[in-house]
Design a protein around this ligand. Structure first.
Ligand SMILES: Cc1cc2nc3c(=O)[nH]c(=O)nc-3n(C[C@H](O)[C@H](O)[C@H](O)COP(=O)(O)OP(=O)(O)OC[C@H]3O[C@@H](n4cnc5c(N)ncnc54)[C@H](O)[C@@H]3O)c2cc1C
Ligand SMILES: NC(=O)c1ccc[n+]([C@@H]2O[C@H](COP(=O)([O-])OP(=O)(O)OC[C@H]3O[C@@H](n4cnc5c(N)ncnc54)[C@H](O)[C@@H]3O)[C@@H](O)[C@H]2O)c1
Length: 475
């Protein structure tokens, strides 16, 4: 009889997904090992969410100082101390790092192995010269920046998110290839910190987002001086760096950031040794995140490609996947991914937050829907603060059930939680419209949008007739 596996669970990758599942397994007393080849905390902590939000915080402070004159508080043009901004960014990483550290996970009872892991067979791994056997293996190896196949691109120095936060000099003119989530956040951050910025995008910026909401972010970028080249192709890249567009236009900058999407980290994992099927999108899993071809192997986070759904590149998805795996592997309960109420936020200022279906997605799915809107220009708090740009936009079924909610405006990300709960709980627009919210808050825009669903009915001739009839009753 073969020896029993030494571990209950082995986890490859100590990013948000791998750490979350390891945490649960260790706290429940399982024999669990987590294997990381680079930095504990993965992309989110070291080269993703944390440094980008820290850089944006500095940028937003500069923009707020420039805007203060509108409120009668005139400040001089802010002086940007690039070294101090970088120190803030790296200080934020250092402050959060203990949460993701080897020491913390060891103290929880997990084994932490600092090496590259690869499958050597079904249920066996090799890491740092050591052979590991495990009953279950979770691959949470993440993703990296895709580098488009553009002639000359690989021959010039360029940045990705992995290097940009380490830049010692402030870029004079940053060219950004790709106007998605990273592109727009980094464009605004650098522009507000005094860099020239040009974004080159072959579709439209924030192209995955509702076009009406995305235009609020687009306008903010333009106001801050970001040059947007949308609907163009980059035919070649030359030293400089110079982006040569399809029409021959040459865009010269001092630095180039490539932010053109993600590629799963499949290389070196030896997936074939375990019979794990993967595609260019990641490890093919069922909707419960189990490999379609190897029963003891699961995937989580950016690298997971659930059947018919596809990957999502968000930190909170890694934690959500860990919850699904805990239910499936540890508690043997059925669980599968459901992104019906998955929120996302672009942290520009104004922010763009979305949960559930956009109007376009609902219509593409053949749904008959109503769209409810309310602008911040009619929100008392927004007026009082002089920040009236943007709107809330709700997508509801003809019966009034909430299908999607999007908010573009200052602090939109802080408001999307309410809509995440409402959509997750299958509430109606009326249910939210009936809530009492504190006055004056920006959150009231969503409630006002929701209330428009029933306003037509409330002020309809039938209701007026009813109110008049009731008024004639004695008492
Ligand atoms: C600039 C930027 C900003 C972002 N901002 C946000 C945001 O604001 N909000 C949000 O929700 N998401 C954001 N994201 C996305 C988020 O960072 C990712 O979705 C998240 O980090 C993915 O977590 P993960 O655990 O799947 O993978 P990762 O964090 O990539 O972790 C995978 C780990 O596996 C390790 N690994 C890979 N192969 C092996 C191997 N063979 N052996 C051992 N170890 C291995 C890697 O070294 C890595 O540490 C941002 C991303 C970027 C790039
Ligand atoms: N706030 C957040 O939650 C946040 C922030 C940053 C990143 N992220 C995550 O990281 C992921 C990766 O971010 P990203 O911005 O690299 O990817 P993305 O998929 O969001 O955007 C990539 C953009 O690049 C464009 N593009 C691709 N190839 C191009 C080419 N050759 N020429 C011109 N344009 C081209 C695409 O049209 C797209 O708009 C995102 O999908 C997101 O999930 C999240």
């Amino acid at each position: 009889m073969p020896d029993a596996p030494e571990l209950d669970l082995a986890v490859i990758g100590a990013g948000s997904a791998g750490l979350s599942i390891t945490y649960v397994a260790a706290r429940l007393g399982l024999r669990v090992a987590i294997i990381e080849r680079e930095r504990m905390g993965g992309d989110c902590l070291n080269t993703g969410c944390v440094p980008s939000k820290a850089l944006l915080a500095a940028a937003h402070a500069a923009s707020a100082a420039r805007r203060a004159g509108r409120l009668g508080v005139r400040l001089p043009e802010p002086e940007i101390d690039w070294a101090a901004v970088r120190a803030h960014v790296h200080g934020a990483i250092a402050a959060i790092a203990p949460q993701d550290s080897e020491e913390r996970y060891r103290s929880l009872g997990a084994e932490v192995i600092r090496a590259e892991a690869r499958f050597t067979g079904p249920g066996t791994l090799e890491a740092g010269g050591r052979r590991l056997t495990a009953r279950r293996i979770v691959v949470a190896a993440g993703s990296r920046a895709s580098v488009p196949d553009i002639p000359g691109l690989r021959d010039v120095p360029f940045h990705t998110h992995a290097t940009i936060f380490g830049m010692e000099e402030k870029p004079e003119h940053l060219l950004i290839l790709g106007g998605g989530a990273i592109g727009v956040e980094m464009a605004q951050a650098h522009a507000a910190l005094g860099c020239r910025v040009t974004v080159v995008e072959h579709g439209r910026v924030a192209g995955r987002e509702d076009a009406e909401l995305a235009s609020v972010v687009r306008d903010a970028l333009l106001t801050e001086g970001v040059v947007l080249r949308e609907g163009v192709t980059v035919a070649a890249v030359e030293p400089g760096p110079v982006l040569v567009l399809g029409d021959g236009t040459r865009l010269r900058g001092s630095h180039l950031l490539v932010a053109a999407g993600r590629t799963p980290n499949l290389g070196g994992l030896g997936l074939e040794a375990a019979g794990v099927r993967a595609t260019a999108r990641g490890i093919a899993t069922d909707t419960g995140l189990r490999s379609l071809t190897a029963r003891h192997v699961y995937a989580a986070g950016d690298i997971a490609d659930p059947e018919g759904i596809g990957p999502r590149y968000l930190t909170h998805v890694g934690a959500y996947h860990a919850g699904i795996l805990a239910r499936r592997i540890l508690f043997r309960l059925p669980a599968r991914v459901d992104y019906r109420a998955l929120p996302r936020v672009t942290y520009t200022d104004p922010e763009l937050a979305q949960v559930g279906m956009t109007e376009e997605e609902a219509r593409a799915a053949g749904r008959e829907v109503r769209v409810l809107r309310w602008p911040f220009a009619e929100n008392d708090r927004a007026i009082a603060e002089g920040r009236t740009e943007g709107l809330a936009k709700l997508v509801v079924s003809t019966g009034g059930r909430l299908l999607g909610a999007g908010i573009a405006g200052a602090h939109a990300g802080e408001m999307i939680g309410l809509w995440t709960a409402a959509i997750g709980r299958r509430l109606s627009a009326d249910a939210v419209a009936g809530m009492v919210l504190p006055y004056p808050t920006r959150a009231e825009v969503g409630k006002r949008a929701a209330s428009t669903f029933s306003l037509d009915r409330l002020f309809a001739p039938r209701t007026r007739w009813l109110v008049r009839a009731l008024g004639r009753l004695p008492g």
